[in-house]
Write a protein that binds this ligand. Structure first.
Ligand SMILES: Cc1cc2nc3c(=O)[nH]c(=O)nc-3n(C[C@H](O)[C@H](O)[C@H](O)COP(=O)(O)OP(=O)(O)OC[C@H]3O[C@@H](n4cnc5c(N)ncnc54)[C@H](O)[C@@H]3O)c2cc1C
Length: 384
């Protein structure tokens, strides 16, 4: 079947806008935020003014209604400039906003989704807990019906975008009722920043993505009114898992951008660095690394755009998104390591962009479902 991933006019315009902003603003300002381990919300606000925070939300709800293919192409530009900004942005656009768009009612969309899509607030997705990561069904945060609303108790681990000065709160997953109530039921709720009983720990310090704000969240007798329940009280888990399918394409795209960045840096460096009387790019051992990176990048790109185009066509993309994510993120981690190798000792120094990309690469193999979990998803789709 012939496959056409060519971009339409709207997508091409978006790519140009993102390329300009990434080169003129993000590439210049984000490294300082990485060094200071500070979330650059100034940049995210400016991206919001350009419409980039409502990427996958229709205009009706304050977004720009971009195709998934367009989002991937935009990510290739943003992630090339800085991975922390790209990580915060993609988490907001996909898992931070989509539960409200896909499963919220119109009142919830008006109240919480519109500010997210218009770029006035940042969205967060609360699934992981200290004792439940890959095993999402194992969460113990619980919500009990109380006084025309819900009483929420528990904690969440590693939640991104919930603790910045533009965070609106979090959409979280909880078990409904007590833990002794029989087969678990799950529901998702909005908890707004400032709700009594909702607190959080300090920003966590990661190996990479140092500009991303990731924290532990605590819920001690947090009461929310009934209208904070998103979707059906039994459908929370499937809502969260469906949202993560789009997140897979997004992490694949982020991985493409990192691979392109380190390929560009390593090629440039190899052409300039002279050893044994010639540029190291003339040595086959270096050339083969670069040729492999470029070839594998093209293969990962095809998988990612294929998954995105399936979503745009309204077709199932579950398996394809997992394949794209697995391929692209393993490539990014390998390519970042080889790019540092090509830079020699200089590539080990944190002042070089290649070293920062190397630090940022590892988490791509963990976040929003590890490599091993992608293997499981693909194997299940094969009927195993
Ligand atoms: C920087 C960062 C940001 C994050 N942001 C968010 C966020 O915004 N919202 C959110 O909800 N979560 C977030 N997470 C959490 C992330 O999704 C989890 O870390 C991830 O899903 C893995 O869960 P875990 O860390 O508990 O590892 P575990 O599930 O404990 O896994 C540990 C190891 O065991 C392996 N393993 C587990 N089960 C199996 C199995 N069945 N078969 C084979 N191997 C298995 C895993 O692959 C892994 O290698 C973030 C994490 C990081 C690091």
């Amino acid at each position: 079947m012939p496959v056409d991933f060519s971009l339409g006019e709207a997508e091409r315009e978006l790519v140009g806008l993102c390329r300009d902003f990434a080169q003129k603003e993000i590439a210049v300002r984000a490294p300082a935020a990485w060094d200071e381990a500070r979330c650059p919300t100034d940049l995210l606000r400016e991206m919001g003014e350009l419409g980039l925070l409502g990427m996958l939300v229709p205009e009706e709800w304050g977004g720009i209604g971009m195709s998934t293919v367009g989002f991937v192409a935009a990510m290739e530009q943003i992630g090339l400039a800085d991975q922390s900004v790209a990580a915060a942005w993609q988490a907001h656009v996909t898992i931070g906003s989509l539960p409200l768009y896909l499963f919220g009612d119109d009142d919830q969309r008006e109240r919480w989704l519109r500010p997210l899509a218009e770029g006035r607030a940042l969205g967060a997705f609360g699934l992981t807990e200290p004792d439940a990561g890959s095993d999402a069904r194992g969460i113990t945060t619980r919500a009990e019906p109380r006084d025309d609303g819900w009483l929420i108790n528990g904690r969440k681990a590693f939640i991104s975008n919930a603790g910045t000065d533009m965070s609106f709160g979090v959409t979280l997953l909880a078990r409904v009722g007590s833990l002794d109530d029989g087969p678990p039921r799950y529901a998702s709720f909005v908890v707004e920043a400032g709700t009594p009983g909702y607190t959080m720990g300090p920003k966590l310090r990661g190996i990479g993505w140092r500009g991303l704000d990731t924290r532990e969240l605590f819920f001690d007798d947090v009461w929310v009114p009934a209208e904070h329940l998103v979707g059906d009280a039994d459908m929370g888990l499937s809502q969260f898992l469906r949202t993560l399918e789009v997140g897979r394409i997004s992490i694949a795209a982020l991985s493409l951008s990192l691979t392109q960045a380190v390929l560009d840096l390593a090629t440039e460096y190899a052409r300039q660095r002279v050893q044994f009387g010639q540029p190291i790019s003339k040595f086959q051992a270096v050339q083969f690394k670069l040729a492999d990176m470029a070839t594998e990048l093209e293969a990962a790109r095809w998988l990612t755009y294929r998954a995105a185009s399936l979503r745009d066509a309204g077709q199932p993309f579950h398996k394809e998104a997992a394949m794209a994510k697995l391929k692209a993120r393993r490539l990014a981690a390998w390519a970042a390591s080889e790019a540092v190798q090509i830079h020699g000792g200089l590539g080990y120094m944190l002042d070089t962009p290649v070293a920062r990309f190397y630090c940022d690469a590892k988490v791509l193999e963990i976040g929003e479902g590890t490599n091993e979990i992608q293997h499981l998803v693909i194997a299940r789709a094969l009927g195993c």
